[in-house]
Design a protein around this ligand. Structure first.
Ligand code: GMT
Length: 371
């Protein structure tokens, strides 16, 4: 089979998921053609067999305040579909990709799959600037999938989608993210921390990293050497750094920036915290759980579909740093329970979120619309 994949190549989990899925598909002997405005970050520096890249070019013109990207993308979709005889297009994040795929289908007759990931449904999808055309383009798809039940329900309620939506969860490479001992020198040589906590994100306001800093401020009263490793970067970084200084937590909190050794860093932690105000199916939670880390996460969106409170992690209310702190203190004090949670976290991922199990579900969708 030959598929065209479109996603946001440089920002966000939807692009990472789309890229990993396209690569897995190609590894199974199929052909994947990425149709994007840049080479996806998740495949930079890697040459994969059966994977092809087609970059969308957008012509600037003095009349254009907003160059028409949707037309440029749809045109590239049509060209690639016809030239390489693609069987289908799979677009991740509906705005504006589903509209470009719809337009392309009018010319090629080839089906398209839309995967709903997050703010394309919860925030932007219902905005009048996009709503009628985006909803129409999703409804007109040959198959629609969502990364969590929460996302599927939101699409029905928020966008009024009546199309059947198949829930296919996000997945993680369980070999790459596997439990092992900590080998990162600068974490190992640390001052015997009572607990090492980590957080990985793009530092957007929605992640509410400040709540985690407040939680660290609380726990360091009992655990003076507790450590937090913040991995990633983004718009809130300076705000976060200023807060760390103000709370005098420099010795407890390190910011690593973007790192290519996230699995190794996770192995040096005892828990991961994600305190976002909304999430549909966070990859970082799956990666941490796969590494055997109990997760402390806010009870929002699709998170409770993954984290079972008290079993493989803890759920806390959003905007309540004291609750995050209480759960971290529990994890630090009851090592027996923490070890059990760690085991359950890994087991959850192996049962439901491994690459093979999830890729097969997408294959079923592709087969059902190309037969
Ligand atoms: O929706 C967004 O704001 C961005 C989007 C992305 O591209 O990362 O995030 C969503 O999709 C991810 C991949 O499925 C999920 O891991 C994130 O939970 C989800 N983010 C939100 O719903 C805020």
């Amino acid at each position: 089979m030959k598929i065209g994949v479109t996603c946001y190549p440089t920002v966000g989990g939807s692009g990472i998921l789309a890229t990993r899925l396209g690569i897995e598909f190609a590894r199974k002997g199929h052909e994947t053609h990425f149709i994007t405005y840049e080479r996806p970050v998740a495949i930079q520096g890697v040459d994969e067999p059966n994977v092809y890249m087609h970059l969308v070019s957008v012509i600037e013109y003095p009349l254009f305040k907003y160059p028409p990207y949707t037309i440029a993308l749809g045109s590239e979709m049509t060209r690639v579909t016809q030239k390489h005889d693609l069987d289908l297009l799979h677009v991740h994040y509906s705005i504006p990709h589903s509209t470009a795929a719809f337009l392309s289908k009018q010319q090629t007759g080839k089906p398209y799959v839309v995967t709903l990931h997050g703010s394309d449904v919860t925030i932007l999808g219902s905005d009048p600037s996009y709503e009628p055309v985006n909803t129409f383009s999703v409804e007109a798809a040959d198959a629609v999938t969502a990364v969590s039940k929460f996302m599927a329900d939101e699409a029905k309620q928020n966008l009024g989608i009546s199309h059947e939506i198949r829930v296919i969860p996000n997945f993680v490479d369980t070999e790459k993210f596997s439990p092992a001992s900590c080998e990162v020198i600068d974490v190992k040589k640390d001052t015997n921390p009572e607990i090492v906590v980590t957080h990985v994100s793009n530092f957007r306001p929605v992640k509410r990293i400040q709540d985690l800093i407040y939680a660290m401020c609380i726990i360091t009263k009992d655990l003076p050497n507790a450590k937090l490793i913040l991995i990633g970067d983004g718009p809130d970084r300076h705000k976060v750094e200023r807060l760390i200084d103000r709370m005098d937590l420099r010795k407890n909190i390190s910011l690593t920036g973007y790192r290519s050794d996230v699995p190794e860093l996770m192995r040096c932690a005892d828990a991961l915290v994600l305190c976002s105000e909304t999430e549909s199916a966070p990859l970082t939670i799956l990666e941490a759980m796969s590494t055997g880390l109990p997760v402390v996460a806010t009870k929002v969106g699709g998170v409770p579909e993954i984290v079972q409170d008290g079993k493989n992690g803890y759920l806390v209310p959003v905007k309540h740093p004291e609750e995050i702190a209480a759960r971290l203190l529990d994890l630090a004090s009851d090592r027996g329970k923490t070890a059990k949670m760690s085991e359950n976290a890994r087991k959850t991922v192996l049962e439901k979120y491994s690459t093979n199990k999830v890729v097969k579900q997408y294959m079923d969708v592709y087969n059902s619309i190309t037969r």
